[in-house]
Structures are given as structure tokens and as C-alpha cells.
Design a protein around this ligand. Sequence first.
Ligand code: ADP
Length: 397
Amino acid sequence: MKILVLNCGSSSLKYQLIDMTDESVIAKGLCERIGINGSLLTHQKIGSDKIEIKSPMPTHSEAVKLVFDALMNNEYGVIKSMDEVTAIGHRVLHGGTKFTESIIVDDDVKTAIRECFDLGPLHNPANLMGIEACEKVAANKKNVAVFDTSFGMSMEEKAYLYAIPYEYYEKYGIRRYGFHGTSHMFVSRETINFGKLKDNAKVIVCHLGNGGSVSCSIGGKCVDTSMGLTPLEGLIMGTRSGDIDPAIVQYICNKENKTVNEVLDILNKKSGVLGMSGGISNDFRDIEEAEKQGNHLAHIALEAFKYRVAKYIGAYIVAMNGVDAISFTAGVGENDKRSRKEICEYLKFLGVEIDDNENSVRSEKKLISTKDSKIKIFIIPTNEELAIARETKRLVG
Ligand code: ADP
């Protein structure tokens, strides 16, 4: 069985064709500048060089058509006809409260995705465009929507409700949803399988990339997660502030004569380690480099980042009344041994011990705690495309 996975942005479309017999990627690529002059498809048959196809893509439909053509091309394609593709899995950012699981797309699902445009204004319209383009270009294929928010739907009211007037939840659905859900779902399940843990193991996943979030789950069911109504809540990220006193928004508005929207833009795009370091970079490698050169603000930004992650881990151990394993994933979590080590140092009193040799790796699925460590610590590389493909297979298989 072959599954096509699509991740559509407003002017881009990323894809992977995955052979589910061994879960290997057989082709992948990216359409850029959809709806803009200079549209470009970069396609790669795995094992061969990337090729570039310049062709107009006024809408996502032309982009999907070009992807299908590339996949079937005699020279650089990997299939003879689209009949070989069983179904298409789509990453969809927001499913609101309606979707606790991935689902085969029908008219009701599309209406619901549309109803969540307000909650995911940058992503949901593009995700829907991708689905509708596939319906147009490949009418006989089943489309499956895999929501980034569905993992968080198992949170209890005490975890997902904000302490604001209840009517705002009723009228506008203001609650904590959590994002990176596909990654947290994948990594928490992989932790249980790879670590040979019991089915109802208590797992904390630290997804530390440019965007970052921590989740805790029991048997793969989310108990709590650090992002909220939007991805702004929680950890200190590349450019996002994470948790702050909300009164700061009003204070900056008044002092700097800015609108709420302008300040929110600053909190989303100019804060995090970028803002704390005095504007060095949102890339953790640059901040680490500046710290090495003796830059104090870079040092503080990294210290604050790790401290915040550790605080969330502590809170989530309490939320679950214990923990069996903690996994690190995404760009920083998979690659940065120092962050992993220093975050875990906060957990020493709980009997956590990192094995420095085992920890000296990048992007490898492995146990990095010592034999005596009271809590198992893992690196589990995330793979959202494979998670989407597995969900799609589960629903259509
Ligand atoms: P996102 O998907 O949220 O854009 P990624 O998961 O790709 O982010 O992570 C990107 C981040 O990972 C960047 O800030 C980058 O600096 C960081 N990163 C990658 N490799 C390393 C490394 N060796 N040490 C520290 N940070 C790293």
C-alpha cells in the first residue's frame, strides 16, 4: 500500500509518497510560490538527485496535478499510475473540538475545517485548499484529515479550560487545544514501543524545535500539553515568548503606542530566544555560538529556555502522579546534547541520570539515560509524515 502525504501552506505544498509495506519514503518534494510568479516544484525520487520543475501554479490544483505527474514520470517518477496510491493523508492544523481523531474527509469534515478558519487563520484555509485540489484532480481517492489538535482533545476540563468567564468557551471555543499533536502522538507511541514500556506508561515528550511544546500522556492519551488556544503559550521558542503575564500586552500597548495586534505580532515573531538575546537569531545554533563568544544575553536566553522546559516537565510529573519516560524530539531535542543534558540536570533529585556517551548522538532513536536512572530518557526522532501515513492507512486500510 502506498500513501501520499500532503502538508499544504498558503503558497507551498510539501509531499511524501510512503510505501507502507516497510514505511519507506519513495519520493518527496516541495511546491513553492503557489499563486505567485515563479512557481517551482522540487521533486526527488529517493536514491536519485533532486530535480526542479518550473511551471505556473496559479492554485493548489495545478500544484497537485504537477506532483501527480512527477510521481508518474517515466524518468524520475516512482509509480506507473495513480491507482497505485491508496489514499492521501493531509496535515490539517485545527479541528476545533469536533475532531478527537483523524477522519476520512467528507462534506461535513470540510465544513468543520472551514468553521475553524478563525482558530487557524494561516493554516486551515491552505489545508482545505489542498484537500479540495486533490478531490478535483484525483476524484476517486480517499482523503484523510489528520489534525494537529486532536491529540489534545483527550485533556480533561481542568487542563483545557482557562480561568476566564465560561461564556467565552461556550461562545468562541476559547480553550487550550495544543499543537504539534501529530508529533506528540507519534513520539509518545514510539517511546512506549521502542522502550518496551507498559501500555499505560506515563510519558513526557519535549518537542523542541523552532516552535516548542511539551506534552504528557498516559498510554498515548494526552493529559496536558503546553501550547494553548494558539501556539504562543508555553515554552520559550525561537521567536515566540511562550507564557507571559497577559497584562504585559496592555502595558506595551500603552508605553509604545501600539495596537494589540502589533504587540501579538511581536510576541509571536520577535520574542523567544531571538528577543531575549537582543536580536541575535531565532536559530538555537547561532545563540549557542554567541554564548560561546561570551555574549551574556545569549547565555541567559538559553538558560531561560532550558529552565522553562524543566519547569513544565516538573509540572507534568505531578499532573500524571509520576512518569516512566521522557523523550526529546525535533531540531533542538534531537540534535543538541547539551540542552538535553542540562534540562535533565534539573531532574537529578528524582534519580535521573544521563549517560554522556549515549547522549553524544544526533537524531538517533535511543535510550540516553544510565541503567540506574529512575526515569528512562530517550531521543525519539519525530516523523509527522509517517504519523499521517499511519493514520491514513488505519482509516482506509
Ligand atoms: P520547526 O519544525 O519548528 O521549524 P525544527 O524541529 O526543524 O523546527 O528545529 C529547528 C531548530 O533546531 C533550529 O532552531 C536549529 O537551530 C535547531 N538545531 C538543529 N540542530 C541543532 C544543534 N545541533 N544544536 C542546537 N540546535 C539545533
